[in-house]
Design a binder for this molecule. Structure first.
Ligand SMILES: Cc1ncc(COP(=O)(O)O)c(C=O)c1O
Length: 399
């Protein structure tokens, strides 16, 4: 019998919709020996993690913790803990992840009112206002801040005010925004939101940071029925993350080490500097793409810095280009889902992946590959356009 091959996946440059590149510091943290999940040393790490999550979420919420599971576990945690059968929920749907929230709302036995916008466009607050009027007693309004499936960047404050005006809680998906662009939970009146570790936090997938504010916690306390999910029931999980330290499930120790280190990296960089880096790299990529006639597909002035949805030129084979980038440049970019499949590429510039070197790499790789796939490109123009953006940014800070 031939022995099983050793584990040797290639070291890719991850510029897809997630996971993003993980810092060597985070990888080292994952090789630290385990302690028990109630060891005093781990309890200290938990407390520091809560503080660091309050910092990245920009909130004072005590209940700011990582849920064991990927971003979807965060989504499910927020919805199953707030909704009871018969509640009314308004869900904004303009891509894959709004669609999933709507699905979970129905699985909770709640009555769903959907607010739709075409994929790639943002939700119009007037449509949310109209939906709220159709409800008797809306319990929550749920929305995606950064739609990874389309690259649309949703403004939140007006919709937050509408939700509160109708007596509803405001629930936000920040999976592709937290750590990459401003997320201000307290200032924007977000009652609960969730994220994932593998995007702009640049950790492996496996934890879902969530934060619950006072109104959301009160709704949790006032529940008449048990939370539908045992594993994601915050009334029990919070007892492990608070002074009581009651065992609920064995915390994934290694993933918590990873998140701790990733959050420390963000603290060291500073949120403002980190957001500015993501903006600069997005602008450089966009300029480079424009120079070779490629455009960002999501709504103008609502284009994410973290996820660039690029229109595939007519006649160019989506999969052929992505395979060439992977095979020849070790570079992953994403295809798209649903109605955008074959029409857009998704280039993620998240966390550790958001660097000038990676922007220049993907542009030069596209300059090489596209002509072979039937789309003529003048060599060097994309790189030159991106480099002009970096030069201007250096001049503006006097560097
Ligand atoms: C906006 C958004 N929400 C939720 C999720 C689900 O996260 P996960 O795949 O980590 O479960 C994703 C994943 O890409 C996402 O982009």
């Amino acid at each position: 019998m031939t022995p099983t091959a050793s584990l040797e996946p290639p070291a890719r440059v991850l510029l897809g919709p997630g996971p993003s590149i993980v810092s060597p510091r985070v990888l080292r943290a994952m090789s630290i020996p385990l302690v028990g999940h109630l060891d005093p040393a781990f309890l200290r790490i938990m407390d520091e993690t809560k503080r660091l999550l309050q910092f990245v979420f920009q909130t004072r919420n005590e209940l700011s913790i990582p849920i064991s599971g990927t971003g979807s576990a965060g989504m499910e945690t927020c919805l199953v803990n707030l909704l009871e059968p018969g509640d009314e929920a308004v869900v904004c749907v303009n891509g894959v992840f709004g669609t999933r929230m709507a699905d979970i709302v129905e699985r909770c036995g709640a009555t769903l009112t959907k607010v739709d916008a075409p994929w790639g466009r943002v939700i119009d607050p007037a449509d949310v206002a109209a939906a709220l009027k159709r409800c008797k007693r809306p319990k929550l309004v749920a929305i995606v801040h950064a739609e990874t499936s389309t690259g649309a960047w949703q403004p939140l404050e007006e919709i937050s005010a509408l939700a509160h005006g109708a007596g509803a809680l405001f629930v936000v998906d920040t999976v592709t925004s937290l750590g990459g662009c401003p997320v201000r939970v307290d200032d924007w009146g977000i009652d609960t939101c969730y994220s994932g570790t593998q995007k702009c936090l640049s950790c492996p997938p496996g934890l879902a940071p969530v934060t619950f504010g006072p109104r959301a916690v009160e709704a949790l306390r006032r529940r008449k029925s048990k939370v539908q999910s045992w594993y994601l029931d915050l009334t029990m999980i919070e007892k492990y993350w608070s002074a009581e330290r009651v065992y609920h499930h064995t915390a994934p120790i290694t993933m918590n080490y990873a998140l701790y280190e990733a959050l420390r990296i963000i603290e060291e960089e500073g949120l403002d500097a980190r957001w500015a880096r993501h903006e600069r790299n997005h602008q450089a990529l966009k300029a480079g793409l424009a120079a070779i006639g490629l455009s960002i597909a999501s709504q103008e002035s609502h284009q994410l810095w973290t996820l660039n949805s690029v229109t595939i030129p007519d006649g160019v084979d989506d999969a052929r280009v992505r395979s060439a980038l992977l095979d020849e440049f070790n570079l992953e970019i994403g295809g798209s889902l649903g109605p955008l499949k074959g029409k857009t590429w998704r280039i993620g510039l998240m966390g550790e992946s958001s660097t000038a070197a990676n922007v220049l790499l993907v542009l030069s790789a596209l300059e090489r590959v596209l002509p072979r796939c039937g789309y003529g490109v003048e060599p060097g123009v994309a790189l030159a356009a991106a480099q002009r953006v970096y030069a201007e940014a250096r001049e503006s800070v006097g560097a």
